[in-house]
Design a protein around this ligand. Sequence first.
Ligand code: EPZ
Length: 429
Amino acid sequence: MDRIAITGGAQLNGTIPVSGAKNSAIKLMAASLLTDEPLRLTNMPRLADTRFLGKLLTRLGVQVTESDGPDGQQTLLHAPEITSGFAPYDLVRQMRASFNVLGPLVARSGQAKVSLPGGCTIGARPVDLHLQALEALGAKIDLHEGYVYAQAPRGLKGAEITFPIVSVGATEHAMLAAVLADGVTVIHNAACEPELADLQDCLNAMGAKVEGAGTPTITITGVTRLKGATHAVIPDRIEMGTYAVAAAMAGGEVRLTNARPGLIDALLDKLKEAGAGVEPTADGVIIRRNGHRLDSVDIETAPFPGFATDLQAQFMALMTTAKGESRIRETIFENRFMHAPELMRLGADISVSGGEARVRGVERLEGAEVMATDLRASVSLVIAGLVARGETTVSRIYHLDRGFERLEEKLGACGAQVRRIKGDGEPEL
Ligand code: EPZ
């Protein structure tokens, strides 16, 4: 399998264009199941996850065509009819967000059989809230042998849904199902992540009536059918935040474009507090650090607009060489510190206890062989490798390919010494 090798020590100087958001794109792709007309998504990232979901959607009856149009990378998704309502274990297990085809399938064709996703390296990640939302909308849910059987032969009905905790996926799932329900649905304690507002905009362009996404209360007035539309995927705030951290780590000056800095205020505030230069621009942000060592700052992950859990690993990498001690609290997922032992292989001084990690900054990291454990953990190792003395090799980078488009090219264009080593096809043990 492929690995990434980084030779540490180079500053980053240049421009990095931010791609469309993975975590928005995959929910928008699922929306194509709701209409028999074509949905054209522009500003589409080309990632393992989008390719993977494309494969599943094709099995369900969606024609998926990728092309480079005048608006850049786009994907056309067209489901004249649903040819199968079955999403098997091997496909859902590999990418949890595949589970979100359940709601649209039931909404459009009255039934579906979708595998439960199973566990995940960052936590148990149950789907109970997804199922409660679909039941509230009138779907009959049965669980057998690892599969969810959902039925609503006479269609879904609008309902009041109150989530006991904030869940991005369950809120999106409820929205995707409720747009074709009969009557009004109100979602209380909804997730406020920007991807929700993006989904609302796309669904409304398709003829849905959704209001309030981006706030804790979303109101959906069901319609009988949706039509085709063209929609541009929002910029990826996690990719933007990752490169902002990379620039602060390596030093130099990096301009991030095609981005919306307002979506990562919590991170930018922490970067400023640590001593990095942060200058918002019309379409992004400039991050700079000139030589001086950063100060340690504490972070605690939280739902949007708090500090994103998807940026926690990257920030931990940044703190490994800062002055003093940083406390990092993870409140969203119970097992999201698997990067800590790998960062320690590079010489970081970290101790983890429950949901808190303490990072005592060291003068320098040393290159070593490390292993990616999940998507954001992988990129935190690349970030650490940017300053580690000598060479750092990151294995299992299929995690990285799930969510970072042309990473070596984007970092390399700013002067980083990053290269992909092609594997021999042998699986890593
Ligand atoms: C989304 O996951 C993102 N994934 C995650 O990004 C992100 O970390 C997460 O939101 C939080 O921002 C996608 O959008 C594809 P949740 P999601 O439901 O929707 C618990 C990445 O690296 N919960 O908001 O699965 C859950 O266990 C990924 O790109 C239940 O208990 O997250 C967690 O503790 C990783 N029951 C909390 O809620 C449920 O039914 C928040 O999870 C659902 C969730």
